[in-house]
Structure formats: structure tokens, C-alpha cells
Design a protein around this ligand. Structure first.
Ligand SMILES: [Zn+2]
Length: 390
């Protein structure tokens, strides 16, 4: 007789507390790839996998896969963390997967990815990309702050990949990491897509001058141009439903209280679940920036940091997740994910679905990250129903 979903949820929360003790920084949760903290957490999860009647394998980077029989369905998320993290980002998806494996006899695989947050190598999805066999020699040569390469940090060649090409579906359960579900009073979210994102560095080049002697009409103030840019980005984002645009860094190098800024450096992060909308908004912002910089005689250079296209969850599986959520008594709320997830990698290989769990205040990547036992119980029930529907 399987335990109730409430009992299972209690165990998930207890286990999340236990995993939180595996850290490289005492007093925090800081668990980068290929460290003792990761090794300890992985050994613990491996024990729980064996208890759930799963056969385990580990690859060189530290991905852990617990498999039952001829599994075609993978349930997973990541075991690493950012610096001074919360205890549910990633971990929740692994622990919910374990509860599903515990209560069902289905052939399935639960995976704990070794690196999603990219803390050590400033990378993305190293774990899941290694899992599917996508890591390149250039990535293996990337160094951490101590000069250690990824190749040196891991236990050997990352081949062969653990991923089984016969896999038919991937499910990831994850905290929302945003405030939408809480604001609407809904426990679970049905993820439709993971937003695409573009990131840029912009340098506004004006002319430094004396703050007292240069009249306003003769100035070429780089910070004033950058300020107009920030507001243009905000206005354009407000104009496009679902678009988010953020200027997270705003610097005046060598600035001083009595000097007109000769240079301003800013970053732009722009995201939407529809690539065409993101590209249109970016083009519009570039045109407006051109107008601002011409009028002010403050030329700007754009350099691209990264582009990532949106990832659509598989529509048929999105519907199955919605049905599983509805069966728990929660009204299915479909929403895109603004944050990236391992699902992005798996979506290149197989059909994918994601289930979000409400988190308090939308807080994530922070020690205050929190979920309720009742919501986790609903997530376990929905994930169980989803797996049974496959
Ligand atoms: Zn995560």
C-alpha cells in the first residue's frame, strides 16, 4: 500500500533538508559541479534510488540515472546549485521523481543532472548536455576561477552518454521561480514553453567633460543616453504581452561626481516564449536606440553575449500534464517559463513536459526559497497521474 501523497510530500521536504547539508560553503547551500558536496549529495540520492528499486549509473561529469527495466520515460532535474541557494531549485524535481518511482512499478528513469546552474564554469546545462552526449572539446577546456579545466575536474571522458535514444518522453517538475502562481492562488502550473532569450552588452560613447563648465546643450552625456535606453527597453517590454526586458548592469567607468559621463556600459536581457516577438522587440529597441544616440551624438556599440531560442514543450504532453493537474482538483494554469531548465536540452532529443510548483514570493536562487507540503503533495499526485497516462 503506497503512502499517502501527504506522507510522500513530507518525505520530499525532509530529504530536501538533508540534501541542503551537502555544501561547499558552510552555512549556505552552494553545490557546484564536480565537488565533494556534489559527490555527497549524489551518494545520498543514489541510496534513495536503490530504495526505490532503481538501478543506478553515474557518468564522468556526475550525472546520476536510476533506471527501472526498459524505461522510455525520464523524470529529472538538477542536483547542483547557485551560490547561497535555496533547497528546492532542481532538487524538488529529483525528489518528486523518486516518489513517483517509489509508488509505481512503471519502467521509468529518474535523473539527477550534475550541472544546470553553471556556478563553477559559468556555463549552461553542462550536466544534461553531457547526459545526451553534446559536450564539445572546447567546453571541456573551459577553466574555473582556480584554472582547473572541466576535463580535469571530472572523472574521465564524458562518453558514452547515459541517455537512451529510445527515450520517448521527459518530465521535469520544478519550482516556478516566479510569482505568477502565488499571485493567482494556484498550486501547480503547466509549462507551455521555455522562453527564448537574447543578451547584449552595450557601450555608450559620449564625451567626458567638466560638470561645472560645460553647458547642457554642448554635452554628450553617455549616462543620460543610457538612461533613455533603459526606459525605452521598459516601454517596449510593456507594449508586448509576455515580453520581459531587463537592464541588470549600468556602469559609468571612472565616474565622478563632478565629471560628465564619457562612457556608460549596460547589459540587456530580453525574453519571450515566441522567438518572433523577441526578435521584433529587439529590432524596435535597436531602432529607438539609434534615434537616441544620434540625437545625443553618443554613438553606441552592441555586442551579443548569447542567444537562445525558445523551447516549446510537446503540445500533446502539455495536455497530459494539464489533465493530470485537473485530476488533482487544481485548475490547469498554462504558463511559459522565463527561466531556463534542463528541459531545453532534452527537448532536442525527445518529447518534453514540465510541471511548475508554486513557491513563496516567487523567490528562488536564495535561501528563502520555499514550497508548502500541500503543494508538493499535489505535484507528486499530478506527476504520478502523468506517468500513468504515458
Ligand atoms: Zn533549476
Amino acid at each position: 500500500m503506497p503512502s499517502s501523497f501527504e506522507e510522500a510530500a513530507r518525505r520530499v521536504l525532509t530529504r530536501a533538508d538533508e540534501l541542503a547539508t551537502y555544501t561547499e560553503a558552510p552555512g549556505q547551500i552552494t553545490r557546484p559541479v564536480a565537488t565533494r558536496a556534489m559527490e555527497g549529495a549524489r551518494a545520498q540520492v543514489r541510496e534513495w534510488m536503490h530504495a526505490a528499486r532503481l538501478e543506478t549509473r553515474v557518468d564522468a561529469i556526475g550525472n546520476l540515472a536510476g533506471r527501472r527495466g526498459d524505461a522510455r520515460l525520464v523524470v529529472g532535474s538538477h542536483l547542483d546549485s547557485v551560490a547561497d541557494a535555496g533547497r528546492y531549485d532542481g532538487v524538488l524535481g529529483i525528489l518528486v521523481g523518486l516518489e513517483v518511482a517509489e509508488r509505481l512499478d512503471h519502467r521509468l528513469e529518474v535523473v539527477a543532472f550534475a550541472d544546470e546552474d553553471g556556478l563553477r564554469f559559468q556555463s549552461i546545462y553542462l550536466g544534461s548536455r553531457s547526459f545526451v552526449g553534446e559536450l564539445t572539446p572546447q567546453e571541456l577546456a573551459v577553466r574555473d576561477v582556480n584554472g582547473v579545466t572541466l576535463r580535469e575536474a571530472i572523472a574521465g571522458e564524458p562518453a558514452p552518454p547515459l541517455y537512451d535514444p529510445r527515450t520517448e518522453a521527459y518530465l521535469e517538475v520544478h519550482i516556478e521561480q516566479g510569482p505568477v502562481l502565488e499571485a493567482e492562488g494556484i498550486a501547480l502550473g503547466v509549462v507551455t514553453a521555455i522562453a527564448g532569450q537574447s543578451r547584449f552588452n552595450l557601450a555608450f560613447n559620449g564625451h567626458a567633460g567638466h560638470a561645472g563648465t560645460t553647458p547642457m546643450h554642448l554635452r554628450r552625456d553617455a549616462a543620460a543616453a543610457a538612461a533613455e535606453f533603459v526606459l525605452a527597453a521598459e516601454r517596449i517590454a510593456l507594449d508586448e504581452p509576455g515580453l520581459v526586458a531587463t537592464v541588470g548592469e549600468l556602469n559609468v567607468p571612472r565616474g565622478a561626481v563632478n565629471v560628465i559621463p564619457g562612457r556608460a556600459d549596460v547589459t540587456l536581457d530580453i525574453r519571450h516564449q515566441d522567438d518572433a516577438v523577441r526578435e521584433r522587440a529587439t529590432a524596435r529597441l535597436q531602432a529607438e536606440t539609434e534615434e537616441i544616440t544620434q540625437r545625443r551624438a553618443v554613438p553606441v556599440t552592441w555586442s551579443t553575449i548569447s542567444h537562445q531560442d525558445a523551447t516549446l514543450c510537446t503540445p500533446a504532453l502539455v495536455e497530459r500534464v494539464a489533465e493530470a493537474v485537473a485530476a488533482t482538483g487544481v485548475k490547469p494554469r498554462r504558463l511559459p517559463s522565463g527561466a531556463g531548465h534542463d528541459t531545453v536540452t532534452l527537448a532536442r532529443m525527445t518529447d518534453t513536459a514540465m510541471l511548475f510548483v508554486r513557491c513563496a514570493g516567487g523567490i528562488s536562487h536564495h535561501p528563502d526559497e520555499s514550497v508548502t507540503e500541500a503543494d508538493v503533495a499535489l505535484a507528486i499526485e499530478a506527476a504520478t497521474r502523468f506517468v500513468c497516462s504515458i
